[in-house]
Ligand binder design. Structure first.
Ligand SMILES: NC(=O)c1ccc[n+]([C@@H]2O[C@H](COP(=O)([O-])OP(=O)(O)OC[C@H]3O[C@@H](n4cnc5c(N)ncnc54)[C@H](OP(=O)(O)O)[C@@H]3O)[C@@H](O)[C@H]2O)c1
Length: 375
């Protein structure tokens, strides 16, 4: 019996995450037979134009992008969804009905008890039980911190997390990056006109008077509720009870599910920052047992998918500008809390388009491909 390599369908191949997945598929061991690239069918009113009919390179081959349909999905062995939540919610079951196992990067199924939430470094076995034929991936902020926190949890037993996430514009997709770039160019023009930087040493010009950045950016702030250029915006997602955002509650739910700790105390604050790609997270983690920085360093330095980069005296700590485009979770600023010998403070950075989305989806899809017996 000869085994053929499984067929992969990539839904959302033309988006911010999809484009990175195509690079990753070209870089990793080639476990796939045919790879189908799928995008939206029709331009939505006022929305981005459909990329169907265009070509994208994957594994060095220019491949035509086709519009999403039941026919495009039929017969695929694995379908990776990198599309908006409502598209995944509708079409993932169609892909399953057509014979595929679905790996979904959107939030659509993350909270479903019959859908495992997979991070291969932490819970690799969860993908084997998938009653709905769907495996979900956590969101980008959870993925930025979970590999490091999960490694520390295995030794010390985590019981509380307080996280502040500094989220890059590409977390809001292609539209987020386009909006940040447009805003930066508008403020650069307004800054030049206002004479920023020329003067006597007094801090003057754009960004020094209330409302002047808003006026320079204009009313169109893209997917962000306030200007992102020269600013930080303490909001992502939609409003939920008690003043929380959907994104903050998701982090709590996802961390609990991946670590299988339904009672874990988690408080998250999400802040959008004017960075193109790579999320950063400041983490306060309280454990059941006493911690030492030396032991935390040993654990982090030897955990798969983690790079310890922690020598502030030498200027060594992770920043988005340094880690963007890389796969691992980078950890620095490891400190034992001054007032609690059971707590650690960390600063974590990871590329939200790689481990935060496309790489995790690729790892999960490869694990499924390895177990599929395709004749
Ligand atoms: N960005 C991140 O850091 C990140 C991290 C983790 C998870 N995610 C999740 O990953 C998914 C994709 O995010 P993204 O940032 O890549 O978004 P994006 O840049 O806006 O790309 C969206 C993709 O979905 C496709 N699409 C849109 N409407 C469609 C439709 N009606 N039918 C079929 N395809 C459609 C788009 O195709 P066209 O090119 O034809 O418009 C494009 O390929 C989202 O669910 C997001 O929540 C994103």
């Amino acid at each position: 019996m000869t085994r053929r390599k499984p067929t992969l369908a990539v839904v959302g191949a033309t988006g911010a995450v999809g484009s990175v997945l195509l690079q990753i598929l070209s870089q990793r061991a080639d476990v796939w037979g045919d790879i189908r690239l799928i995008s939206s069918a029709v331009p939505e009113a006022g929305g981005q134009e459909s990329q169907a009919g265009h070509k994208q390179a994957v594994r060095g081959v220019e491949t035509e992008v086709v519009a999403l349909s039941a026919e495009a999905l039929a017969g695929a062995d694995v379908a990776v969804f990198l599309a908006p939540e409502e598209i995944a919610a509708h079409w993932a079951p169609v892909a399953v009905a057509g014979g595929a196992v679905v790996v979904d990067a959107s939030p659509a199924f993350r909270g479903d008890p019959d859908v495992p939430l997979a991070v291969p470094e932490i819970n690799p076995h969860c993908v084997r039980s998938r009653p709905r034929g769907i495996v979900a991936c956590p969101g980008d902020t959870t993925l930025a911190l979970i590999v490091a926190v999960g490694a520390l949890h295995a030794e010390f037993g985590v019981c509380e997390l307080v996280v502040s996430a500094y989220q890059a514009a590409s977390g809001a997709g292609r539209g987020g990056v386009e909006a940040l770039r447009a805003q930066l160019s508008r403020v650069a023009g307004a800054g030049a006109a206002s004479g920023s930087g020329s003067g006597s040493g007094a801090v003057t010009g754009l960004g020094t008077t209330p409302g002047d950045v808003r006026r320079a950016v204009g009313d169109d702030t893209g997917p962000f509720p306030a200007p992102l250029a020269l600013n930080v915006v303490p909001w992502s997602g939609s409003p939920r009870e008690g003043g929380w955002s959907s994104e903050e509650l998701r982090i709590r739910d996802e961390v609990r599910k991946v670590l299988d700790l339904p009672g874990l105390q988690v408080a998250a604050t999400c802040v959008r920052v004017p960075v193109v790609s790579a999320h950063s997270v400041s983490v306060h983690a309280r454990f059941e047992r006493e911690v030492t920085v030396a032991r935390a360093h040993e654990i982090l330095a030897t955990s798969p998918g983690v790079v310890l980069y922690d020598d502030p005296a030498a200027g060594d700590f992770p920043t988005p500008a340094d880690v963007v485009g890389t796969d691992p979770t980078w950890v620095g600023r490891v400190r034992r809390s001054l007032d609690d010998p059971r707590s650690l403070e960390l600063f974590v950075c990871g590329d939200n388009l790689r481990k935060g989305a496309a790489l995790n989806a690729a790892q999960v899809a490869e694990a499924i491909a390895a177990e599929l017996s395709v004749d």
